[in-house]
Each structure stands twice: as C-alpha cells, then as structure tokens.
Design a protein around this ligand. Structure first.
Ligand code: G6P
Ligand code: MG
Length: 216
C-alpha cells in the first residue's frame, strides 16, 4: 500500500479547492456581490471565507459594510451570489477535475480504504455529478446533513461515523484554514492542500492532489 495511506482506514476529502477549482468561482461570485454592497474584497479576505458556509460567508462580508441588513435582505443577497456561482459552474465537466484528483481517489480505493466527502456546499452533489465522480465516494456529507459548518468538527465526525471508521483512523484533506481546523477538532490527521504558511494547523501540506501519493 502507498506509504501515505498506510496508517488510515478512511480518507475524507473536501470538494471545493481540493477536487476541483470551484474555490475560484466562489471567490468571483463573492467579489461581485461584495462590490455591489461597496465592500472591498480581495484574495486575502477570501482566504477567510474558504470552507465557510454560504450565510456565514455573507455575514463576514457584510461585517465590513456600514449598512444594516434585514434577514430578508441577507437571504436575497445570498441567493444573488448563488445564482452567479451556479451560472459560473454550469459548464463544468470531468475536465474540471484538478490534476491528480481521480488518481488520489483510485489510490484510496486500491488500498481498500473508505472514501468520504465533507463539503458544506449546498451545490456539492450537483458539482460531483458534473465532474462524473459521485460513484467514487462511499458517503457524502453536504450542508443538508449537518447543523454546524466548518471549523466545527461535526461534518468530518459525521463522515467518519457513516463510514464506520473511528476519527483517529481518518485522514482529512482540505484547502481551507477552517477546514483544517475542523479536521483537527475531529481528532483526525489533516493533509493540507495549498500553502504551508497559510495552513499552519495541518499535519502536512502538499500543493495539490497530484502530489497525494508521494511519500510524506
Ligand atoms: C465550500 C466553499 C465555500 C462556500 C461553501 C458553501 O465550503 O469552500 O467557499 O461558501 O462551500 O457553498 P454553497 O455552494 O452552499 O454556497
Ligand atoms: Mg475547500
């Protein structure tokens, strides 16, 4: 078995920014929304939104606005962002899988490990379908199955329990600071995807899933 996978019985992947580059589309959709509200929005601010659910992200953006918003106005803004996001992802296909994503999933399968997906996105199943990889997961936890988003550990704990594996035997794979925090709070090992200077809580960090099967 691949040395990275040897200590584990399950691997639980995040979706946006790990399997496919939808993190970019979330960024573009939030940026446009923020600017309609006169809120400055850049890549550095976006880093705090990665892995955070839709309403939580909106609250963080509107915190920089001097305006007060009613609940109805907030829901309308969240819908507007989602309509733009759905438009941006509407042409996605298996060609939008990030390099190494399918190979990483197949390496887990070949090693006899359970494979989970933990995404707080309400669009997770639609994205998996467009990528053509829904069948590669033993269990998918999306926004509908949890009460608390990342960095709360609930989503990774739910995935582990549905997979029938103890958290200590799970490797979580995440590109977001909040996601890595969720994995660690769940008592799992965290493999970060991205920059080690950003994902400081991760046990190890690789630039992308194309490095997944390298020996840690
Ligand atoms: C993922 C992304 C976040 C996004 C969240 C909710 O965790 O990393 O950037 O805000 O999903 O996505 P949704 O598709 O439900 O708006
Ligand atoms: Mg992510």
């Amino acid at each position: 078995m691949n040395a990275r996978l040897k200590p584990y019985k399950a691997v639980i992947f995040d979706l946006d920014g790990v399997i496919t580059d939808t993190a970019r589309y979330h960024y573009l959709a939030w940026k446009r929304l923020a600017e309609t509200q006169g809120v400055h929005f850049d890549e550095a601010f976006n880093e705090h939104l990665k892995g955070i659910d839709r309403m939580g992200s909106l609250e963080l953006i509107l915190a920089s606005s001097p305006r007060a918003y009613t609940v109805e106005q907030k829901l309308a803004l969240a819908d507007e962002k989602n309509r733009h996001y759905v438009e941006l992802i509407s042409t996605m296909s298996p060609s939008d899988l990030l390099p190494g994503a399918v190979q990483a999933l197949d390496a887990c399968r070949a090693a006899g490990l359970k494979i989970g997906l933990a995404s707080v996105s309400k669009n997770a199943f639609a994205v998996l379908d467009m990528l053509g990889i829904t069948g590669k997961f033993d269990y998918v936890v999306d926004a509908a199955k949890i009460a608390k988003g990342k960095p709360d550990p609930e989503i990774f704990l739910k995935a582990a329990s549905e997979l029938g594996v103890s958290p200590a035997d799970c490797l979580g794979v995440e590109d977001a600071v909040a996601g890595v925090a969720s994995i660690k709070a769940a008592g799992m090992t965290a493999l970060g995807i991205g920059d080690p200077a950003v994902l400081t809580q991760a046990d190890s960090v690789i630039p992308g899933l194309d490095h997944f099967t390298e020996t840690p």
